[in-house]
Ligand binder design. Structure first.
Ligand code: NAP
Length: 374
């Protein structure tokens, strides 16, 4: 991968190990160094070929690294970045994979020196399993990977990380860190809490009739698979994102009470409408975009090379739910350039252009039949 010669992954577990495997599966991959607190994890990670080499010393591992992924539990991410910062080379890029973003991004940006570039990240892929032995080279393929650029995010660093993640098959969306926490509180954190609550409720009720859980039907199993996830990770997430989660729980309580009163009042048609609405939304959950190269469109946007421009533009497009397939920056002068974004689908390109125009950016849309996207 042209942009990186050495990538370090701190925390070679399910996500860190999967990143390693996916990166090593690239054509001409960079060297991947793993960091773990235990020699056994390093041995396992080398054996499954998730890393080329490993060490228990974060400091040794990050020397000369072009990119560092922090893939440890949320509660240790900020501390880890603080510890490695003095040992990073100027121009190094640091990113994390934590499931919450706001506090991490704010805290890191407060202490990080300007020559080190940080971009918060959150792969919307994973499983209830833990550890490198469950890592999977295709985990990120066709799944969303959220990046959370801010006004401080360096454009080139964002472009390089974006290209790498697109290269391993992810659909990268940019979103503001606070907005990220609000969105995932509903679509990810709330389902985990509900799943755990449902299992705990069923478990209480089956105390008398012990084998009832054995006959648990498909619906119960479908809704509770994620209750088998790592308790430490979910404790961390609930504490870190408590404000947004409490809000989501409150909204959910209202929804539940509305179901309750509809049932109590035997409002049959309203009840059916509620299920019908949910059925329709569920059946129409957006599919991952099929990449048809003839559908790719290139948006050319003249920009001044000021901090914040990449966050402005990528978050604006991410807010529309539109994935940027590729980014290129062509400098026309030292201070100005053309930002080229590749977007799939005429309609998406037009919607993105309309939004950019609304925010006073000039945009030109072109077709790129012969443009190879990694
Ligand atoms: P995991 O499989 O348990 O891996 C975490 C790794 O971090 C372990 O290999 C462990 O390695 C290391 N570690 C544990 N505690 C540590 C500490 N206090 N300090 C330093 N290193 C420590 O967990 P994971 O699922 O990959 O989760 C890692 C991160 O990914 C979390 O921040 C989580 O929020 C995020 N994430 C997870 C998912 C998911 O579905 N699992 C999805 C998206 C994002 P050693 O014990 O060998 O040192």
């Amino acid at each position: 991968m042209g942009d990186f010669n050495k990538i370090t992954i701190i925390g070679v577990g399910l996500i860190g190990g999967s990143l390693g495997l996916a990166i090593k599966a690239l054509q001409s991959p960079p060297k991947v160094v793993g960091v773990s607190r235990s020699e056994q994890t390093i041995e396992k990670a080398i054996k499954v070929e998730a890393i080329d080499e490993g060490t228990t010393s974060k400091i040794d591992a990050v020397k000369d690294a072009d990119l560092v992924f922090i893939a440890t539990p949320i509660s240790s991410i900020v501390g880890t970045i603080k510890e490695i910062t003095p040992h990073l080379k100027p121009g190094a890029i640091v990113t994390d994979v934590g499931s919450t973003k706001s506090t991490i991004v704010k805290t890191v940006e407060e202490f990080l020196p300007p020559e080190i570039f940080f971009i918060g990240g959150h792969p919307m892929a994973g499983s209830e399993q833990q550890g490198v032995l469950f890592a999977n080279a295709t985990l990120f393929r066709n799944s969303y990977y959220l990046l959370t650029p801010t006004q401080r995010t360096n454009t080139m660093a964002f472009k390089k990380l974006h290209s790498l993640l697109t290269g391993i098959g992810a659909q990268v969306l940019a979103v503001d860190p606070d907005k990220h926490d609000k969105i995932v509180s509903t679509i990810s954190h709330l389902p985990h809490i509900l799943s755990a609550a449902l299992v705990n409720l069923a478990s209480k009720q089956t105390k008398e009739s012990k084998n009832l859980l054995l006959v648990a039907a498909g619906g119960f199993r479908d809704m509770t698979r994620i209750a088998a996830s790592d308790p430490d990770m979910w404790r961390d997430i609930c504490i870190e994102n408590s404000a947004a989660i409490l809000e989501a729980l409150d909204e959910f309580r209202k929804e539940l009470m509305s179901f309750q009163s509809t049932i109590e009042d035997r409002k049959e048609s309203q009840l059916k409408d509620k299920f019908k609405e949910a059925q329709s939304v569920r059946l129409n959950l957006p599919e991952i975009l099929h990449k048809d190269v003839s559908q790719l469109r290139e948006l050319s946007i003249p920009v001044s090379d000021r901090p914040g421009v990449i966050s402005d533009i990528s978050v604006m497009i991410g807010r529309l739910g539109i994935n940027i397939e590729d980014i290129e920056i062509v400098h026309t002068t030292e201070l100005t350039g053309i930002l080229r974004l590749v977007i799939s689908g005429e309609e998406n390109a037009k919607a993105a252009a309309k939004e950019l125009l609304k925010h006073k950016y000039e945009v030109e849309i072109g077709k790129i039949y012969n443009h190879e996207v990694p």
